[in-house]
Design a protein around this ligand. Structure first.
Ligand code: GCO
Ligand code: MG
Length: 403
């Protein structure tokens, strides 16, 4: 038995905020878990420090499933992003410990490798179609097999997914939410031309993806999906807000463009109807926001029954600890689809030395025991927390919209 001797939360901001849980056992093992919830970081930090950690001390670190149930059922107030992120952090740290105790990389404990590596998609963006394609060509040269395309919308000052820096995109960019202006009409006119030109420049041997970021109505999404069909996108992501799951029936009636949903889901109950009714093709729930590996494996197993594959969220606000966990998960499950890979800055990578690597469009978690991730606490302490919010969106007449 390894008893949990201590657990603490480390908040650091090497370019952006990350919340990390570090658990130590009485026989000298340590485990790391990511607890970052973009724009609401300190709520999870407090949930862990004030309400979860006191319950962990002295418990057997190897009883992962039991501890998961204890934190989920035991809170009485189930689900929700803060709770499920906190549970995920504990779960990841315990799997890390189990891997280290076994002397095996985590994917071996999850059943071993089902593939050579996890196909990842990179983000190509630009103020114009030409800039985006230029950037996509750069990704292709680096060996990427899948590329997400987002371009500025003519007539709008800013657009989701488009940054000043072409290689690093950080939407949580201000200490109070910035306000962006959105026009569905202008946006809808701009996407098909982007994909048409992208196919001309990049050819057909690379997967092309696009994120709508929850902004359309179902019928608008159906139209966009249909407009994109000739260019065979790998997926259209988050076409409408997924609270209303019935909406996806309407989208399905109008297009065969594959649909990816779920980066803001936090439990199997958010995804169950979409999966069982075969209304989506890829489920994007992540280790950090959907209750850890224990729960995400359950979601993936349900999805597998309905030929839904995974496409886990992997933006920069998911720390390298989540990236490591996602790669062990992705390498081992049968129904892996693709993993998002939005590279972290060198500053972030220095705080989180890791065993995972990229080659030829695939990523591998490495063979270090456990997750294969460390935190340099001395360096982390040099980057204090800095409040940062995601933007909000308004229509051109001032109506608040989905960001
Ligand atoms: C994606 C996402 C992100 C989110 C971000 C919010 O597909 O990568 O939509 O860009 O906006 O993770 O914190
Ligand atoms: Mg997204």
């Amino acid at each position: 038995m390894s008893r949990i001797a201590s657990a603490r939360v480390i908040v650091t901001s090497p370019g952006r905020n990350f919340v990390t849980l570090k658990i130590e056992t009485d026989d000298g093992l340590t485990g790391l878990g990511d607890a970052t919830l973009n724009g609401r970081e300190l709520a999870v930090a407090s949930y862990l420090s004030d309400h979860v950690i006191p319950c962990l001390i002295g418990r057997d670190a190897h009883r992962i499933e039991d501890l998961w149930q204890y934190l989920y059922r035991g809170a009485y107030w189930r689900r929700g992003p803060v709770t499920m992120t906190a549970i995920a952090a504990v779960d990841m740290a315990l799997w890390d410990i189990k891997g280290k105790a076994a002397g095996l990389p985590l994917y071996q404990l999850l059943g071993g490798a089902s593939r050579e590596g996890c196909m990842v998609y990179g983000h190509a963006n630009g103020a114009t179609i030409e800039e985006t394609i230029d950037n996509a060509l750069h990704y292709k040269e680096q060996g990427y097999r899948a590329i997400r395309l987002q371009a500025g919308v003519p007539g709008l000052a800013t657009t989701y997914g488009v940054s000043k820096d072409r290689y690093f995109y950080e939407p949580a960019d201000a200490d109070l939410p910035t306000e962006a202006v959105w026009s569905t009409e202008k946006y809808l006119r701009s996407v098909a031309p982007l994909f048409e030109k992208a196919r001309d420049a990049l050819g057909w041997d690379v997967h092309l993806l696009h994120d709508v970021h929850h902004r359309l109505t179902p019928i608008e999404a159906g139209r966009l999906g249909r407009d994109l069909e000739p260019f065979r996108p790998f997926w259209m992501e988050d076409p409408t807000p997924a609270e209303n799951q019935e909406a996806f029936r309407l989208i399905r009636q109008h297009t065969t463009t594959p649909i990816a949903v779920g980066e803001i889901f936090n439990s199997i109950w958010d995804a169950k109807d979409l999966i069982q009714n075969q209304l989506i093709d890829y489920i994007r729930a992540t280790v950090v926001h959907a209750g850890g590996l224990t729960h995400l494996r359950r979601i993936a197993a349900l999805a597998d029954l309905y030929q839904v594959r995974t496409g886990c969220h992997g933006a920069t606000d998911l720390s390298p600890v989540t990236m490591a966990a996602a790669l062990h998960f992705g390498l081992s499950i049968p129904n892996f689809g693709v993993q998002e890979y939005m590279r972290h800055t060198a500053e972030t990578d220095a705080v989180f030395p890791h065993a995972y690597s990229f080659a030829g469009g695939l990523m591998h978690p490495g063979d270090a025991p456990g997750l294969g991730i460390e935190i340099d606490e001395a360096l982390a302490a040099k980057h204090p927390y800095k409040r940062a919010y995601l933007p909000v969106n308004r229509l051109e007449d001032g109506t608040l919209w989905n960001w």
